[in-house]
Structure formats: C-alpha cells, structure tokens
Design a protein around this ligand. Structure first.
Ligand code: ADP
Ligand code: MG
Length: 249
C-alpha cells in the first residue's frame, strides 16, 4: 500500500512486552492500516487488546519491535511534530493554570511567551473555556479539564490528533457533549487537523464519530475487521442507520 494521501501508515507492526514471569508476550502482531487525509478512524477493541500501545507507537513514544510506521511517508522514530495525543487521564499539571497548561504545548516550538499565551487563550475560547485561563485544573469539572487537555493538543495545530479513550473518564452526558463539540470543530474546518484517530472501547462513540472503524482483536493482536460508515455527521444516535451499525459492530 503506497497511498499518497496517507497521513499515517502501519505495515506489519508487532510489539511484545515482558510479562511478570519474564516471558515476552505479543500484544500486537502484524498490524496493518492507514489513516488517510480527511479521515476520522475509530480503533475499537477490548481492554488489553493493545489500543494504547498502538497509539503510543504512532505518537513515537515507544518503538515497534517490527514493521514500518510512517507519517506522511517518513518513518516515525520518535515524537513527530504534527502528531499529538490526548490522554484519558487528561494529564494536566495541577500547579499550572489552565492557560499555562495549554501554552505548554507550544513551548517546544520556541514561540515567545506572550504569543503562547495569546494562542492558548484563542484555543480556550474555541473549545468553550473562554475566561477560564487563570483557573487551576482542580477548580474545573472533569469535562472542562478534558477540554483543557484537548486545547493543549490542538494549540499546536496538529496534522494528526490521537485520542486515547478521551471521553471515557467522563460521565455519559459530559462525554457526549464534548464529543459532539469536537466533531463540530472538525466538520466545520475550524481546526486544521487532517486526521483523527480515536481509540475507544465504546461502539456507539465509534459509530457516531468515525468514517471508518477498525477492530483490534486481543488475540493475536491483529486488525480483525474494518467497517466503513457512510453516514453524514452529525448523526442521530437513535436513527435506524446508526442503531443497525451499532448492532453490526
Ligand atoms: P488497551 O489500551 O487496549 O487496553 P494496552 O495497549 O494498554 O491495551 O495494553 C495491552 C497489553 O500490553 C496489556 O496486557 C498490558 O498489560 C500490556 N502492556 C502495555 N504496556 C506495557 C508495558 N509498558 N510493560 C508491560 N506490559 C505492558
Ligand atoms: Mg488503553
């Protein structure tokens, strides 16, 4: 597969970890897929199936044991500027203000502090947190904290955004609201991000968001199935089309 418009491409990716008894255990085995420009892909799989491991490999946080991982045709060998990740646990610094947490995303890019603060504020406004820049994370609700996590990722204008169960620490309603706000930003082109890879164990979330769903089987750590969702967004969770897709997955 040498797709010119592929943002991220994985060929024959394998990864093992040592288990408690010291023996290697294969978590990923021959994983192949690509994320195309303009696409939202949901990666579904049970807990322990290797979803986070796969995202961390794409983010360049850990290396694959075998296979090829490329971003716009270049091998990924460490964190690439252009690929950013949002974590389930928000991963905010509690002693920094909301604005400082978001601006951190820009520090590595050598942008002047004043400009960083300005861009952080603009991103906070876009994500629905205007006026909260001076607050500390603990003063915010869980949903607002994850908005900060997302703002910190988006402030760098990432080409590819990876979301690792970004909504699953939130209560259902809060998670759904945040999800639809992100989709709104994406569908109305208010963020320059070109590819979104959403890891989830929630079938409904995947069907509501994705253009394509891929399912990771825990044993033997391969892509088990792939489903294309040919529905416009926003989607109605109660529509027969969405219900039947949820049943199919
Ligand atoms: P998922 O995100 O689908 O729940 P993970 O990718 O987090 O799955 O983990 C897949 C498997 O790999 C699990 O059994 C987990 O315990 C194991 N694993 C993940 N990271 C490590 C690590 N750094 N060291 C040892 N085992 C790990
Ligand atoms: Mg995980």
């Amino acid at each position: 597969m040498n797709n010119k418009s592929a943002l991220v491409e994985l060929n024959g990716v394998a990864k093992s970890f040592r288990s408690a008894d010291g023996a290697p255990r294969k978590v990923l085995d021959d994983v192949n897929f690509s994320l195309a420009e303009g696409e939202i892909v949901a990666l579904l799989g049970k807990s322990g199936s290797g979803k986070s491991t796969l995202l961390r490999i794409i983010a360049g946080l850990i290396p694959a044991d075998a296979g090829k991982v490329t971003y716009r045709g270049q091998r990924i060998q460490g964190p690439a500027s252009g690929i950013t990740m949002v974590f389930q646990s928000f991963a905010l610094f509690p002693w920094l203000t909301v604005q400082q947490n978001v601006a951190l995303g820009l520090e590595a890019q050598g942008i002047a502090p004043e400009e960083r603060a300005k861009r952080a504020d603009a991103m906070l406004e876009l994500i629905g947190l205007a006026g909260f820049g001076g607050a500390l994370p603990r003063e915010l609700s869980g949903g607002m904290r994850q908005r900060v996590g997302i703002a910190r990722a988006l402030v760098t204008d990432p080409d590819v955004l990876l979301m690792d169960e970004a909504f699953s620490a939130l209560d259902v309603l809060t998670g759904e609201t945040l999800r639809s706000d992100i989709l709104d930003l994406w569908d109305s082109n208010r963020i320059p991000t070109k590819g979104l890879l959403v890891v989830s164990h929630n079938i409904e979330e995947a069907v509501m968001m994705a253009d394509r769903i891929i399912i990771l089987a825990s044993d033997p750590g391969r892509i088990r199935n792939e489903i294309t969702i040919g529905l416009e967004r926003p989607r109605n969770v109660d529509s027969p089309e969405v219900r039947s897709l949820i049943d199919e997955v």
